[in-house]
Design a binder for this molecule. Structure first.
Ligand code: CDP
Length: 231
């Protein structure tokens, strides 16, 4: 059995990254957080003072920037031009601007090539918004994770407060809804479940429960063989 490609899509705060990371660890696969690529580029856009509406300027930045995902024992680290930006890309200011940057077709085109290259050898769990529909349309398993907006906002609030950000539930809920709308309504590669995706509502479920469910679906498509059971 070859090494499988697993696509995980869904709205902000549905648990994609945590689930994808744990799933990849269980399978000995590479976790590719595609949102981190969009976030790193957005950080650069903000640092350079470029208007997030300026497609040409951002596409140029995207071509010139060195954005890389480096797998380590503590998870994947994100580097921008040689500097570790793993924490910086989670800043609420980046979250507020990332969907504006991500809506530009030329920007998406550039990052699409990078994402496909990262996934070329299989053995990947890739999470994002358009993985099952655009980036890996032939993925062996596609999962669309959802959760109620309120639960997603609560999760994100906990995460940000743990990182020391002073944020309110109301602001986060508004920001999540705004981002979901932009992501779902953009013309190119909108947030959408692939026709052949499995829908999984994670409301009230912890990460391990969701991972177990996905492993069940993976077995059903014949891909559980290489899963290690001792983790
Ligand atoms: O972790 P969270 O759900 O907040 O979002 P993320 O996965 O870090 O993605 C941040 C943003 O990048 C999304 O809101 C999208 O605007 C964009 N994105 C995208 O357009 N396509 C992807 N494959 C991944 C992210």
């Amino acid at each position: 059995m070859g090494r499988f490609s697993i696509a995980i899509d869904g709205p902000a705060g549905a648990g994609k990254s945590s689930v994808a990371r744990t799933l990849a660890q269980r399978l000995g696969y590479l976790h590719i957080d595609t949102g981190a690529l969009y976030r790193a580029l957005t950080l650069l856009v903000l640092r350079r003072g470029v208007n997030p509406a300026e497609e040409a300027a951002i596409a140029k930045l995207a071509r010139e920037a060195q954005i890389s995902l480096v797998a380590g024992s503590g998870g994947v680290k994100v580097f921008l031009d040689g500097k570790d930006v793993t924490d910086a890309i989670r800043d609420p200011v980046v979250s507020e601007n990332v969907s504006l940057v991500a809506q530009h077709p030329r920007v998406r085109d550039h990052l699409l090539a990078i994402q496909r290259e990262l996934a070329a050898d299989g053995g990947v769990v890739m999470d994002g918004r358009d993985i099952g529909t655009v980036v890996l349309p032939d993925a062996d398993l596609k999962v669309f994770l959802t959760a109620s907006a309120k639960e997603r906002a609560r999760r994100r609030m906990k995460e940000l407060r743990t990182q020391g950000h002073k944020v309110t539930y109301k602001d986060i809920l508004l920001s999540i809804r705004a981002r979901d709308n932009l992501d779902a309504e953009r013309l190119v590669a909108p947030l959408r479940a692939a026709a052949d995706a499995v829908f999984l509502d994670t409301t009230g479920k912890d990460i391990d429960t969701v991972v177990e469910e996905i492993l069940g679906y993976l077995s059903a498509v014949g891909g559980r063989d290489e899963c290690s059971t001792d983790v």
